[in-house]
Write a new protein. Structure first.
Ligand code: ATP
Ligand code: MG
Lengths: 317, 261
């Protein structure tokens, strides 16, 4: 059966199970909440999918989210203090968050292409540095004092569950999907993740492509930072801690292979729903929130394990 | 025979630091012919191929394409001159299908700059059909699921697609069984039949004697001789490979005594 359809069935089964245990789960309020959790996760998971398909990994997405949220919060606070309107402050916030994320991604690109670090180590370094920097900038306290009404703006729902940020995220993810599956950029991403030698032989500039991939990953994580800011009304260094785990989980549950060259963005989107749905569902059925990371880690293990088994059966064909 | 050769090398020298790998090599490949390049392990065949492909710049000597000396400073220069090198294993991306591999780096786009999958699929099928390939069932098959011979077929068909003028095959049959070797050799002949200058690097004397029109023998980095296939026996070629000379043919006794460094 088609893998995307299978994933969708898993998602439906999950909804059914949680609803049977606690019928409250099946409500537009809960769905709206899951969607709000899904927004930043799916942005980072989309970034992660691009990177993993290219044969790498980006551990810095969560830290990039945190740093972008903090820096754009500081910028918005300044602008608001100088008497500018909430709209111009939020516009600036989006630009700053995107730029900070982009910068983190470019640092990853430099470490990978110039310093020749493997992606795992390169992004581990930027993850530490970005988190550290956000703590230095804030002293660990959340940065509020931004545009008034940002929470109201971002949480106002249409059709019961869709907010403006969620609609924007959906547009971004669809665009990323088209980019990955319908363009030369996407094709080359798969080729590089599948066989770098063949990609080079075909005249593809692998280094410049990897710069674009990691820059894009940073940009998407930066926008996730703005999303979280709008939701909470403040930027905090800790807001991205551990989020890379959820992003990687969504991608691999969605069928992206950590070996590179394999993955569909539709799978990642459903994977992100499964992650956020499970986390909300566990809280609703009364499981203590601290179990969340354990559950995500277990989901990664199961997904990668299942991929490994199906790969083996492919090789033994 | 009288026409200008597609590719001619004159006095090509190549050293890696102190190691003198190619000394004053002359070599000719003609359109519509299969030119074999043979020689013992370490004779310099792969190095010569990489010089033609622009991967190693030559230290001295000329690369002449269709009568004009050209400087080949990188793989891109070589590609622009119509040179395609088919490597044994590394040339294809496993997770991409046949069409995707054949068009990698040169994808056909629609007016909206998206991938034009239908056009690419059709062109790929045409290229395979022009070589009478019947061993490939679907051009949407992923390369990971292909046999060695089918992979070689895809790589060769790619050069048809791109209207390459010089196609170099480095040991295309080394890992293949009897039937698959036959298929690939057939393909090599058909490729030459389309007017391509095919250069076949091989250790397999049977293959070489079967498909080559001309045979160049490298011995310790020197071109011992380039002979017409019909003028020599397999024994003579083997002597040229192992001793650098065979009767009248090949290097002088002094040259072949081994002091090639
Ligand atoms: N990059 C390099 N640096 C130094 N020496 C090299 C390099 N590449 C090849 N050589 C040397 O050049 C000589 C010729 O090598 P080459 O690979 O061209 O031989 P070949 O004829 O293709 O051999 P085989 O039949 O084993 O493939 C060998 O002695 C090899 O060690
Ligand atoms: Mg060799």
């Amino acid at each position: 059966m088609d893998q995307t359809a299978l994933l969708f069935l898993v998602l439906v089964a999950m909804v059914v199970v949680f609803t049977v245990i606690n019928p409250i789960f099946f409500s537009s309020a809960v769905f709206a909440n899951i969607l709000q959790d899904w927004g930043p996760i799916v942005l980072m998971a989309t970034a992660q999918t691009l990177v993993i398909v290219s044969g790498g990994i980006d551990l810095s997405v969560g830290a990039a989210l945190g740093l972008s949220g903090v820096v754009s919060a500081l910028a918005m606070r300044e602008l608001t203090a100088s008497g500018q309107s909430a709209w111009s402050a939020m516009l600036l916030g989006v630009l700053v968050a995107g730029a900070v994320g982009l910068a983190v991604g470019l640092v990853n690109g430099v470490l990978i292409n110039r310093v020749k670090l493997v992606p795992f180590i390169a992004t581990l370094c930027t993850m530490g540095a970005a988190l550290g920097l956000s703590l230095v900038l804030t002293g660990g306290t959340p940065v509020a004092g931004g545009p008034a009404g940002s929470i109201q703006f971002s949480s106002k729902t249409y059709l019961g569950m869709f907010t403006v940020p969620i609609i924007v995220v959906t547009v971004i993810v669809v665009a990323a999907g088209l980019y990955l599956h319908k363009t030369r950029f996407g094709r080359w991403t798969y080729a590089i993740g599948s066989n770098q030698f063949a990609a080079r032989g075909a005249g593809i500039n692998v280094e410049s492509h990897l710069y674009k991939i990691y820059a894009l990953s940073g940009l998407l994580s930066g926008l996730a930072g703005m999303f979280v800011y709008l939701r909470l009304g403040s930027g905090s260094a800790s807001s991205g801690v551990g989020q890379e785990l959820s992003a990687i989980a969504a991608a691999v549950i969605g069928g992206t292979s950590l070996l590179g060259g394999v993955g569909r963005l539709a799978g990642t989107v459903i994977g992100a729903f499964i992650i956020t749905g499970v986390l909300s569902g566990l809280i609703i059925i009364g499981v203590q929130a601290n179990w969340q990371r354990v559950v995500i880690a277990a989901l990664i293990a199961v997904a990668v394990g299942a991929q490994g088994l199906s790969n083996e059966s492919l090789r033994a064909k | 025979m009288t026409a200008v050769p597609m590719l001619e090398l004159r006095g090509v020298d190549k050293s890696f630091g102190p190691v003198h790998v190619l000394s004053s090599v002359d070599f000719t490949a003609r359109a519509g012919e299969v030119t074999a390049l043979v020689g013992d392990n370490g004779a310099g065949k792969t190095t010569l191929v990489k010089c033609i492909g622009g991967i190693h710049p030559v230290d001295a000597g000329e690369l002449i394409f269709q009568g004009t000396a050209r400087s080949v400073r990188g793989p891109r220069d070589a590609a622009l001159l119509g040179v395609e090198i088919v490597y044994q294993d590394l040339a294809l991306a496993d997770n991409l299908d046949i069409v995707e591999n054949m068009f990698l780096g040169r994808e056909v786009l629609t007016r909206l700059r998206t991938l034009d999958e239908n056009s690419m699929e059709k062109l790929a099928e045409q290229a395979l059909a022009s070589l009478s390939v019947r061993t490939v069932r679907s051009v949407r098959q992923h390369v990971v699921s292909l046999s060695g011979g089918q992979r070689q077929t895809v790589a060769i068909a790619k050069s048809v697609l791109w209207k390459s003028k010089v196609v170099i095959l480095d040991e295309p049959t080394a890992a293949l069984g009897v039937a698959q070797t036959e298929q690939v050799l057939d393909l090599v002949r058909r490729l030459a039949g389309q007017g391509v200058a095919v250069i076949l690097v091989s250790h397999n004397m049977n293959d070489v004697m079967k498909v080559a029109d001309s045979i160049g023998v490298l011995f310790l980095g020197r071109m011992a001789a380039q002979v017409r296939r019909k003028d020599v026996t397999q024994t003579q070629v083997v002597e040229l490979i192992t001793a650098g000379r065979s009767g009248e043919l090949g290097l002088s006794p002094a040259e072949s005594s081994g002091a090639a460094v």
